[in-house]
Design a protein around this ligand. Structure first.
Ligand SMILES: Nc1ncnc2c1ncn2[C@@H]1O[C@H](COP(=O)(O)OP(=O)(O)OP(=O)(O)O)[C@@H](O)[C@H]1O
Length: 793
């Protein structure tokens, strides 16, 4: 249908539908049917982000009933059962109209094009729609508001805020192995001749408000990184610190920074940043914390809100994707600690919303990622071309679980000469609390293996990593259509959708999260039991960060990686890591075992650092390229809406065999695009991305969600999986539609390893496993019960 040639009276309808590009034509068709037939009045499109679809609501002129219509694609294999499931799923949607509809609706009719729910919910209230409600941005979460007439020690508590900040249910509690952290070796280079590591938080001499907040957080003892980093930072040394994932690095830098700011404020009786309306000029933070992803920025903001509670320190977070206007307002109210992603920070600086001349504490969290090729130019711009002090007045701290040698070399540019390097355990090592399993799974078998793997586990929060945004969407659809409660997160989603997806995962509403590398670093989510590397990455550091989303703060966890010949790049280092962590090395990796391995790698000595040049960096930076020009506002993380994974271009592995790599080895296209792949000939065709099985992906809201016509085509050795490709493309057409039987991908080869993966004491669900998964979800997520089921403490 040519939307543009329509009568002008439908222009407004067209406009509304076009807001949902993946779905526009379908929506519009239903929309026209309804309005032309005078079937409905007051017709509008509503997004259901969790369901991943758009619906149409309207009022029947005769009976005044409201109807909710779920437009479907002509080829979509929908059934009454599926529609009822969709209806009940609406109860989790944030939009109050959809919630209300779910509560009061009954499924009433289905046709080829639409499915109708009748309901009697109250008339639409535009103000209640979260998308229009600026309160719902994560950057607007409340911080403690210090009033001018407060004095230290007598500031009143705020019980509502306190309940939100320190809610036990939402926060991770330490696991049985927490005390084992203390057995990890510690090494230091540079810095003072001697210093005394903490044995308790009391020895840190923090500001009293910080001491109170540590108690509110229930931290009884410092972790090793905290024991060593805190005294070094309190005595003013620049620090490059490396410690395992989940071992408490955030508090290791936040606590000293906050305490120092507060102590200075008390001493100087400094003007308050957060006096409402007092400062309508640029924000001039004293501390700047830079992180690579939006989700991580929000998380560190939350930690800063907790540790700064009842203090006069005001933290603010800015990140791409959220409204700049809202963030500027927050900045204008004053900001003592600014938490920012690089692109948005540059944007805010250029708009005159932030001045860096007062910054005394600079933290780069996930510093190796922040300093790698993609971000380096932006970071240099921030650090070298801005008004940021560049003398001994600036105290710099770099933290990560991984520090490739090239980043160690680069980091020197930003530190004072006497900076200290601290490592807890091996650089790039991982915790032995993670049970790491690597199983051999061919590309064509991955879907079925994943499905079986998920069903073989007790329902638990599971994070599935894939390489591309499109694959994240595809798998999300696949699992959803198999009744598994999943949601996906990647850089093509709007920021609102990203925040909602993470919230759904955290709350347990969607305990299966399918994500790209955007979720690999830093995220600290309670009770994530299982990380699955559906697409194993090439880079061992990325692997370490990914699996580090489980087994945090002494809790146990499981990581399962699907391995096949395409993953040979990571094989030697993966094997080394498995051996170091006393994990089973599977038969197919045994050829990579080397007995001549030093497991205690240390920071490089200065002369070795001197020999590193930037051109040495390529092997360490699989995400290289493609970021610099996207830094401003749009995308602060792995890719942008318009051009995903462009960074794979320069990373063709040495000696790679195009015949065994999609798209002739990491070509420039998103998801191993059609062009390069047809050139590469046999091996794994691009259709593998949409795979067998014939489950039709749900059209996605938002832009660039990967259902464009024809993108799934290309040469394929597995022609059976292409059923349905071709004409009639339209919305996401041709992605294996209707071929329920698929191409006969077999899962039997993996039955053994998959079923043997359960945690100690766990049992596979005997019947209808997906239903049980869903039961857990719909009856509310009882994390305590789940932890017991999984054999956790
Ligand atoms: N001393 C402590 N006592 C109890 N819990 C702690 C302590 N320090 C940190 N934690 C908790 O441990 C969890 C992991 O901490 P954090 O997120 O800082 O890890 P990290 O080392 O930064 O991990 P990553 O490398 O993945 O970013 C958090 O939930 C945090 O609240």
């Amino acid at each position: 249908m040519d939307l543009l040639s329509l009568h002008p009276k439908f222009q407004d309808l067209k406009e509304e539908c076009l807001q949902f590009p993946d779905h526009a034509e379908q929506l519009f068709q239903v929309y026209l049917d309804l309005t032309q037939a005078k079937d409905f009045e007051d017709v509008h499109v509503i997004k259901a982000p969790l369901l991943g679809r758009c619906l149409i609501e309207g009022v029947h002129p005769d009976n005044g009933n409201r109807y909710l219509v779920l437009p479907t694609l002509a080829t979509e294999p929908w059934s009454v059962t599926k529609m009822e499931a969709s209806l009940s799923a609406l109860s989790n949607e944030p939009d109050p109209r959809l919630k209300a509809a779910a509560a009061s609706s009954t499924f009433s009719s289905t046709t080829q094009m639409e499915h109708r729910f009748t309901s009697n919910w109250s008339p639409r209230d535009d103000n209640a729609v979260p998308d229009d409600n600026p309160e719902s941005w994560a950057c607007e979460k409340p911080v403690y508001e210090w009033k001018e007439d407060y004095s230290e020690g007598t500031a009143p508590s705020n019980s509502a805020l306190e309940a939100e900040l320190y809610d036990e249910e939402g926060r991770l509690s330490v696991g049985v192995h927490f005390d084992n952290y203390h057995k990890i070796s510690v090494s230091r280079k540079g810095g003072p001749d001697t210093y005394i590591a903490l044995t308790s938080f009391a020895e840190a001499k923090f500001h009293p408000t910080i001491v109170d907040n540590i108690k509110r957080m229930n931290y009884s003892n410092p972790t090793p990184i905290q024991k060593h980093a805190i005294p070094l930072l309190m005595s003013g040394y620049d620090l490059l610190a490396c410690a395992q994932t989940g071992s408490g690095k955030t508090a290791a830098f936040l606590l000293p920074v906050l305490s120092k700011i507060l102590t200075k404020m008390s001493r100087d009786a400094a003007p308050l940043a957060n006096r409402p309306g007092a400062r309508r000029t640029k924000a001039s933070p004293q501390a700047l914390i830079i992180l690579p992803t939006r989700e991580l920025a929000i998380q560190i903001f939350d930690e800063a809100r907790r540790f700064s509670y009842m203090s006069r320190v005001r933290p603010v977070v800015i990140y791409g994707g959220a409204e700049m206007r809202v963030q500027k307002e927050q900045l204008a109210r004053g900001c003592d600690i600014l938490i920012a992603t690089p692109g948005r920070l540059v944007d805010a600086m250029e708009r005159g919303a932030v001045a860096l001349d007062s910054v005394r504490y600079l933290v780069l969290d996930e510093a190796d990622r922040v300093l790698d090729l993609g971000f380096e130019e932006t970071i240099r711009r921030i650090l070298l071309s801005s008004d940021l002090p560049r003398d001994e007045g600036l105290h710099t701290m770099l933290f990560s679980a991984t520090f490739p040698p090239t980043i160690q070399a680069l980091a020197r540019d930003f530190m004072m000469d006497d900076y200290c390097r601290l490592r807890i355990g091996r650089i790039g090592g991982t915790t032995t609390d993670i049970m790491q399993k690597v199983i051999q799974v061919e590309e064509y078998d991955k879907e079925e293996t994943l499905h079986e793997l998920l069903l073989s586990q007790p329902p638990s929060r599971t994070l599935v990593f894939v390489e591309t945004k499109r694959r994240a969407d595809y798998l999300d659809d696949l699992l959803y259509n198999r009744q598994l409660p999943c949601i996906s997160l990647h850089g093509d989603r709007s920021q609102r959708e990203r925040e909602l997806a993470l919230e759904a995962f955290k709350s347990g509403r969607s305990p299966i999260l399918i994500a790209t590398a955007v979720a690999a670093r830093g995220l600290d989510i309670k009770d994530v039991y299982h990380v699955i590397n559906y697409d194993l990455c090439d880079d061992i550091d990325e692997y370490v960060h990914r699996i580090g989303r489980t087994a945090r703060a002494g809790n146990p966890g499981l990581a399962t990686s699907f391995y096949n010949d395409r993953n040979y790049m990571i094989a030697p280092l993966l094997t080394k890591l498995l051996m170091e962590c006393q994990q089973e090395v599977p038969e197919f990796l045994k050829e990579y075992i080397s007995h001549d391995v030093d497991y205690d790698t240390d920071f490089l000595e200065p002369d070795a650092l001197d020999q590193i040049t930037l051109t040495d960096r390529a092997p360490d930076t699989p995400y290289s390229g493609g970021y610099v020009d996207k830094m401003k506002g749009v995308s602060n993380e792995y890719g942008s809406a318009s051009s995903s994974n462009a960074g794979y271009g320069p990373h063709t592995p040495p000696g790679s065999d195009p015949g065994h790599h999609l798209g002739g080895g990491y070509g420039p296209s998103d998801v191993y695009g059609p062009g390069p792949s047809s050139a590469s000939g046999s091996g794994y065709g691009t259709a593998g991305d949409y795979g067998p099985g014939g489950v039709r992906p749900r059209p996605r809201i938002g832009s660039g969600s990967g259902l464009e016509p024809g993108t799934g085509s290309g040469s394929s050795a597995r022609s059976g999986s292409n059923t349905g490709l071709g004409p009639g493309a339209g919305l996401g057409a041709g992605l294996g539609a209707g071929s329920e039987s698929g191409s006969g991908a077999s899962s039997s080869a993996n039955a053994g390893p998959v079923t043997s993966l359960g945690p100690p004491g766990s049992e596979s669900w005997d019947s209808n496993p997906a239903d049980k998964y869903r039961d857990v979800q719909s009856n509310g997520w009882d994390s305590k019960q789940q932890s017991v089921a999984l054999g956790w403490n």
